[in-house]
Ligand binder design. Structure first.
Ligand code: TYM
Length: 323
């Protein structure tokens, strides 16, 4: 089984990225093959500053390694280091109906807000399909918001296979029920664009401050509360053991406690969870050569796979007249 996923370096990673996706990358890295990449080409549709994109891409590599991505098991690389994917993207675009892309949420939302979208944003799901199909990926671990894009990828692959012969493997999304859509500090989906994120490597003081600002309702302390519909409880559950979570759920149902107590427990749990990775990150930061080597080796392995798949697609489309 081959696992693949990508993550955009559009900001520092947050709890939604981790519990929806990165944690799955780490759990699945022992499969036959695992490919994970930093989607800097996708990020071009939002990050317009050269230095910022370079820095965020580098930060992303450090973060993923510090969190437990092991280059002895997983292939880690930067998307733009594999130009074969961009070529495959063009081949796929010639077979992708406009209507399919018009229904995709990133483009639709921007258009509905009256903002102008560039064609990069419009064709974004095709590049994502190329990312996945170029490595014959079977499983794509993602959060719920990417489910639609994996469906688009399957549609494109099916159409291609139908008209040109069996070239592509059909991938499946792997979305975890319990953290498919991690809420942000305001209860909406945690997202950089909603300005409601809590980053993985916030300094302890800043972390506490952000957690204390999580919005809660104004019910009195004594009133019993339903944990399952409360986003503060959902966030706490991401970190807590089953016993701690059940105990907290009982507290909610009994009433007689304040949200401030839950926030304190959440801050302590989050610090205990990500603190060690923050230290590993500092060590990696002091060894940039080693990180460069990991990304270079990863890109070489990824290119090898992607060029063989690209060749299959080119042949199926009549692009290799000399054989
Ligand atoms: P991106 O960079 O927006 O997000 C990276 C991963 O984090 C997940 N995620 C969440 N999961 C649960 N709750 C949340 N609040 C939350 N916020 C983010 C996302 O679902 C995603 O899995 N288009 C992709 C990047 C990409 C890609 C690919 C992914 C490019 N090519 C090929 C898979 C396969 C994106 O924008 O993810």
């Amino acid at each position: 089984m081959r696992v693949l996923s990508g993550i955009q370096p559009t900001g520092r990673f947050h709890w939604g990225n981790y519990f929806g996706a990165i944690r799955q990358y780490i759990d699945l890295q022992h499969e036959d093959e695992a490919y994970y990449f930093i989607a800097n080409l996708h990020a071009l549709t939002t990050v317009r500053d050269r230095q910022e994109l370079e820095q965020l891409s580098w930060d992303a590599a450090l973060d993923l390694l510090a969190l437990g991505l092991d280059p002895n098991h997983a292939i880690l690389f930067v998307q733009s280091d594999v130009p074969e994917v961009s070529e495959l993207c063009w081949l796929l675009m010639t077979m992708t109906p406009m209507g399919l892309l018009e229904r995709c949420h990133a483009y639709k939302e921007k258009k509905e807000k009256g903002l102008t979208a560039d064609s990069g944003l419009f064709t974004y799901p095709v590049l994502m399909a190329a990312d996945i199909l170029a490595y014959d990926a079977d499983i794509v671990p993602v959060g719920e918001d990417q489910g639609q894009h994996i469906e688009v990828c399957r549609d494109i692959a099916q159409k291609f296979n139908h008209h040109r012969g069996e070239v592509f493997v059909l991938p499946k999304a792997k979305i975890l029920d319990q953290s498919a859509k991690v809420p942000g500090t305001d209860g909406e989906k945690m997202s950089k664009s909603y300005n409601n994120t809590i980053e993985l490597f916030e300094e302890p003081k800043q972390l506490k401050k952000k957690i204390m600002r999580i919005q809660t309702d104004s019910r009195p302390m004594d009133e019993p509360k339903e944990p399952q519909t409360d986003h503060l409880f959902q966030l706490y559950s991401l970190f807590a053991s089953v016993d701690d979570r059940d105990e907290m759920a009982d507290l909610y149902r009994r009433g007689g406690f304040g949200y401030g107590e839950v926030k304190k427990s959440l801050a302590a749990a989050a610090e205990a969870y990500f603190g060690p990775a923050r230290e590993r990150r500092a060590e990696l930061q002091a060894q940039p050569e080693q990180v460069r080597q990991i990304l270079g080796d990863g890109a070489a392995m990824a290119r090898k796979k992607a060029s063989s798949v690209l060749k299959r697609a080119q042949e199926a489309m009549g692009l290799c007249p000399g054989g």
